[in-house]
Design a protein. Structure first.
Length: 410
């Protein structure tokens, strides 16, 4: 479903192509990987215009939540949770907007192959800590180099180390959930959390479109189709590029499976279907065009990056926590140097250190994926080891508490 464009706005927000030379520099490697010879002007135009487009199905649901209490078509949050957990038929006299929303998300597209989804999930789980490294360093902090989404994150709160780390933990929890066995079936946690996040995004969009705190002419809509599609690209092809750069061997079949997993996740999230891709090459071409039109960095990017880096010192690492925290911080900085380079780290106001941690990681990953990953027993071992790593990481963030993702109002 292609979302509807906002009315009474110029074709593109002013952030569009806000820093063309910077985008060209940062996208140099991706251009070579994607084998892009020249920009696709039609795609560039759609990227700019969809900065004013939203997930219209989610927006309709939220508008129904804002109706007067006496309105029979008003959707209550309790009804949404009931439908999400037990199906729309479990909601007595369900309002039509709620039925329409779940009729969409409950209908599995013909192209979904659940066996391929499971293979993609297992592939990601085998990568263990390397997945988290790439998503934090190249995807998340790397994304803070551009204005827009980082500024929205600041507006919604998240500049302190503890808050930033908790939000990172919530994202990790969701990413882990979608890779668990059977998670993307209707009764799976990955499915439910993805639909939950879609509703959360729609609520944020609605709030910031109406509260006057968001500069739509500069940034586009708060959570727009372009930013959603580009964020999805961080979890599939950017992840695969990053783990390869850290020595992980990814086969063509594994690549196809990971792309398929995130294609379905993106569909459930409400990303326009023509921006859901089957292959790394297609996604990388799209990602390159996204990079080229980005704005420059804003103070929000540096503030968020610093919060995540310095926040490593506040994580409960258990025994010898102070020493482990300092090591974790230095390891993070060394890998950021490898992925982002000196210039971008200085732009983010981060200390520049040698990439000392990377050679050992590359060597270990080459052995894990190149030797253990080629046998069935070895793959099972890597999956179990990966599960232990991510669950231990989540425990450091949330302790014994429940990692509640983007709590929706009652």
């Amino acid at each position: 479903m292609v979302a509807q464009a906002a009315h009474d706005a110029p074709p593109y927000p002013s952030r569009f192509f806000g820093a063309p030379e910077r985008g060209r520099r940062i996208g140099r490697v991706l251009r070579l990987v994607a084998r892009v010879r020249s920009l696709d002007e039609d795609l560039i135009d759609r990227i700019g215009r969809r900065m004013y487009s939203r997930d219209e199905l989610g927006a309709q649901l939220v508008r129904a939540m804002r109706r007067d209490r006496a309105d029979g078509e008003r959707v209550r949050m309790a009804q949404f949770h009931q439908a999400l957990e037990h199906g729309i038929e479990s909601v007595p006299d369900a309002p039509e907007p709620l039925r329409k929303f779940f009729a969409e998300v409950d209908q599995v597209p013909d192209w979904v192959d659940f066996d391929l989804l499971e293979r993609g999930a297992r592939t990601v789980r085998r990568m263990g800590r390397t997945t988290g490294d790439v998503l934090l360093q190249l995807a998340l902090i790397g994304g803070y180099r551009f204005g827009g989404p980082a500024d929205l994150l600041v507006e919604t709160g998240g500049l302190t180390g503890s808050t930033a780390l908790r939000r990172l933990g919530e994202t990790k929890k969701w990413a882990v959930a979608v890779t668990q066995p059977g998670a993307m079936h209707r009764d799976g946690e990955g499915f439910k959390l993805t639909v939950h996040v879609r509703a959360m995004h729609a609520l944020v969009n609605d709030r910031f479109e109406r509260n006057g705190r968001w500069d739509v002419q500069r940034w586009g809509l708060p959570i727009n189709q372009t930013d959603q599609a580009s964020t999805l690209g961080l979890f599939n092809s950017t992840l695969l590029l990053g783990v390869r750069a850290l020595g992980w061997v990814v086969t063509g079949e594994e690549s196809r499976a990971v792309m398929h997993l995130w294609k379905y996740v993106g569909w459930l999230m409400g990303v326009d279907e023509d921006w859901l891709f089957d292959t790394e090459r297609e996604q990388n071409v799209f990602n390159y065009h996204i990079l080229r039109v980005q704005d420059g960095q804003t103070p929000a990017g540096a503030a968020l990056s610093s919060a995540l880096v310095e926040g490593q010192l506040d994580v409960d690492h258990g025994r010898f926590g102070g020493v482990i925290g300092r090591y974790t911080r230095l390891r993070l900085l060394s890998m950021l140097r490898y992925f982002l380079g000196k210039r971008d780290m200085r732009d983010l106001q981060l200390p520049v250190t040698p990439a000392w941690a990377v050679p050992g990681i590359v060597a270990a990953n080459s052995v894990k994926s190149g030797l253990l990953g080629r046998t069935r027993r070895g793959r099972r071992y890597l999956e179990r080891a990966g599960d232990r790593v991510v669950h231990r990481d989540l425990h450091k963030t949330f302790g014994n508490g429940s990692p509640e993702i983007g709590a929706l109002p009652a």
